[in-house]
Design a protein around this ligand. Structure first.
Ligand code: SF4
Length: 735
């Protein structure tokens, strides 16, 4: 007899957090569609969300630990896998010392119920001197700006686009990503609604993206010059008397320093560099200041570029100067129902943020927020000497695809003495591992996003129980706790995962001001659900363990399969800003110190071609290329080039071009299109699946090329260390 059930859960793949209705027959996912009753997404979803069943049933997904001996992989039991991890990790510690071990943390960690809550425990127990992460290819400049302006690197404000009248989008393409550091379902629908209420959306981007197509205006810009444009906008605001800080006026310090900083960045001074005429810049400034409610939003294209921190900082500066900070329709701080662990003060920076506390061994890159550029990893592995990295743990990351100078990292990983990967696939990176420890599929574990609600347009939440609960395998949080112990030199037999978890939970309870013994007494289980319950109950709407009648608990969410919504964003800068001055620091010296570098950029000619990256709606970095239904249709890994540039380079639509940079060369099919501005070409990121040993049968059939093989590792935004993967000088010729 067959049994059919319907489940409601949140799609964990991106920041849109769409509600799904999943029909299961026996043990098989039969259909996934939008949950129209989801209080947050209200029936919105994208093609990726319907494929969670494909991911769950994917025959390439690893379900058992894998151990490598030479080129041969064997599936083993968990005890044998952890025993091998102990042998490998302790071998490195014993011969080269604990400083020879490190970790790479991938972007999916932020979207995983277990990993997102326990990666901190892993790093704390392991005690690595330093780690690497996808953060320094992604949003590190925003973290730096927010650390200095608001006092916490994860206190990142988000645009309240559901209530704005004027939205200026820079370096972001929500049509493909659905929003990043911005959680709002159906962002394109919001653009339509802004227009319906008489407003306007302007997209500033070197490429006429799908978002630009939906917007009211597209303004092309030379990659890497957004900071100059924003300074010119700020200049006009001051010059024309348009500065009005509104409700946050007495909370902001540093306005005069900003006025001085932008004095010589006139529209005329930056026009040629940005390739935007001065009149347009002046008009944009006046439109921002004149709109009833306006907001500037900058995302990945502003972060992973030459002046990432300046640009990311200036987005918020312009929002403050126009009175659009901390008010509905402007830039606001989210108010999560369950507080994120990252919101706790970090004792490292109890005396304020300092940078360059130490430098990387090989190139001397300064530490920024505890990390150095991820491109340092290859040289730290490959360069012999005291402190050489000999052992690596990768967690849900594929840096061979996603990190700059990818060829070099690919080569370096093969030389490690110990590499352990927590990952569900044998991919371009994990093929170098000695042991792969697979986590659960999204449908085998509960879900409730952790950090992402921090930049959501509403205070909502949705708990998703596991559809296919697994009691026979360790969950990722248990894997991380055990691995952390092994990295710290503990023996397998001595590691008490439950005790580590209790200690972690106790520290979090202490941070809430409650008594750990009392709170722990409420639970007969540990793990991420206990942490979730704790963060809900001690959050803004929580029951504080009975002290607040009718307050929320995890049980409240279990009773509401379509989620709970406590309303839109509210002004809360006074509540959350935690700089040492207690004020919004509009002009941090550390960031202002980078202005001379930008000034010198104004004099630099930009007459050659530069490369930018892009993403497609059916793609999600490198994660989704093994899903057949998403890979159908025309080849998406193509070089986009403007007709004038194509003619100059002698390449034709449908032909194959060779694109080269100082880091490497690739042959790739050409798409000639006027969606690119002249002088800029584009490749998608997340491709290049044809490497030996990769076990991704669908992705291999649509391998594409890895754009990060063209990204020189030394190109970074100097004050954040974030990789520059937008604006890489390249040459294009017929292949
Ligand atoms: S937009 Fe797509 S990938 Fe993102 S949460 Fe919604 S369904 Fe999932």
């Amino acid at each position: 007899m067959t049994t059919s059930t319907v489940h409601y859960r949140t799609c964990p793949l991106c920041e849109a957090m769409c509600g799904l209705e999943i029909q299961v027959q026996d043990d098989e996912v039969r259909r996934i569609r939008a949950d129209r009753e989801d209080v947050w997404s209200r029936g919105f979803l994208c093609p990726k969300g319907t494929t969670l069943g494909h991911l769950h049933h994917d025959p390439d997904r690893l379900r058992e630990p894998m151990v490598r001996d030479g080129d041969r992989w064997s599936a083993v039991g968990w005890d044998a896998a952890f025993a091998r991890c102990e042998e490998l990790l302790h071998g490195v510690r014993d011969t080269a010392g604990p400083g020879a071990l490190t970790a790479y943390i991938g972007n999916p960690v932020a979207h995983n119920f277990s990993l997102g809550r326990y990666v901190g425990l892993f790093m704390g127990v392991a005690g690595f001197p330093m780690i690497y992460s996808a953060g320094t290819v992604d949003q590190w400049p925003k973290n730096v700006a927010c650390a200095l302006m608001y006092g916490n690197m994860w206190l990142i404000p988000a645009p309240d686009i559901a209530r704005t009248d004027y939205w200026l989008v820079m370096g972001g393409n929500p049509q493909a990503s659905q929003g990043s550091l911005l959680a709002c379902p159906d962002v394109l629908g919001e653009i339509d609604r802004i227009r319906e209420r008489g407003g306007k959306t302007v997209v500033i981007d070197p490429r006429r993206t799908g978002t630009a197509d939906r917007a009211d205006e597209w303004v092309p810009i030379v990659p890497g010059t957004d900071a100059a444009l924003l300074l010119a906008i700020a200049h006009v605001l001051f010059e024309d008397g348009l500065v009005d800080l509104g409700d946050v006026a007495e909370l902001v310090v540093g306005v005069d320093a900003v006025r001085a900083a932008c004095r010589d960045f006139t529209p005329e001074a930056v026009a040629e560099t940005c390739r935007i005429d001065a009149a347009t810049i002046r008009r944009l400034a006046h439109e921002l200041a004149g709109a009833r409610r306006a907001v500037v939003y900058g995302r990945i294209g502003l972060c992973n570029q030459e002046f990432g921190t300046l640009a990311s900082w200036l987005v918020d500066v312009v929002n403050v100067l126009t009175g659009n900070f901390d008010r509905p329709g402007g830039m606001m701080f989210g108010k999560p129902i369950a507080w994120p662990l990252a919101s706790l003060p970090n004792p490292q920076w109890a005396n304020g943020y300092q940078f360059g506390r130490w430098r990387s061994r090989v190139r001397g890159a300064p530490e920024v927020l505890g990390q150095v550029p991820v491109s340092c990893l290859a040289e730290e592995i490959a360069t012999p000497g005291e402190g050489q990295i000999r052992g690596l743990v990768t967690i849900a990351g594929n840096p061979v695809i996603s990190a700059p100078d990818a060829s070099r990292l690919d080569a370096a990983l093969g030389g490690l003495d110990a590499m352990i990967s927590v990952d569900n696939y044998l991919n371009e990176t994990t093929r170098h591992a000695h042991v792969i420890l697979p986590g659960l599929s999204a449908l085998e574990q509960p879900h409730y996003d952790e950090l992402i609600w921090s930049w959501a347009s509403r205070s909502a939440g949705n708990y998703s129980p596991a559809i296919f609960p697994r009691l026979d395998r360790p969950h990722e949080w248990e894997i991380l706790a055990r691995l952390g112990g092994l990295c710290a030199g503990m023996r397998n037999d001595d590691i008490d995962v439950g005790a580590l978890d209790d200690g972690f939970c106790t520290a979090l309870i202490e941070a809430t001001g409650l008594t750990p013994e009392v709170v722990l007494g409420h639970y007969d289980h540990g793990g991420p659900e206990r942490l979730l319950d704790l963060t809900i109950r001690t959050g803004p709407w929580g029951d504080r363990y009975g002290a607040v009648p009718d307050g929320l608990t995890l049980e409240s969410f279990r009773a509401e399969p379509h989620g709970i919504d406590r309303g839109p964003m509210v002004p809360r800068a006074r509540e959350v800003v935690c700089t040492r001055s207690g004020k919004i620091e509009l002009a941090p010296d550390y960031i202002l110190g980078d202005l001379p570098r930008l000034r010198s950029r104004l004099g630099r000619a930009s007459d050659g071609l530069v490369l930018i990256s892009r993403r497609h709606l059916r793609s999600n970095n490198s994660w989704m290329h093994n899903v057949q239904v998403l890979m159908k249709g025309k080849d998406r890994c193509t070089l986009l080039i403007h007709p004038d540039d194509a003619a100059r380079a002698g390449v034709a639509h449908g032909g194959v071009a060779r694109i080269s940079s100082e880091a490497g060369a690739l042959d790739v099919p050409v798409e000639v299109t006027d969606e690119m501005m002249p002088g800029v070409v584009s490749l998608p990121h997340g491709w290049g699946h044809d490497l030996d040993g990769v076990q991704l049968s669908v992705a291999r059939e649509h391998a594409g090329v890895n754009n990060n093989r063209l990204a020189p590792g030394h190109l970074v935004d100097e004050i954040s260390g974030n990789a520059v993967v937008n604006g890489i000088p390249v040459e294009v010729v017929p292949a």
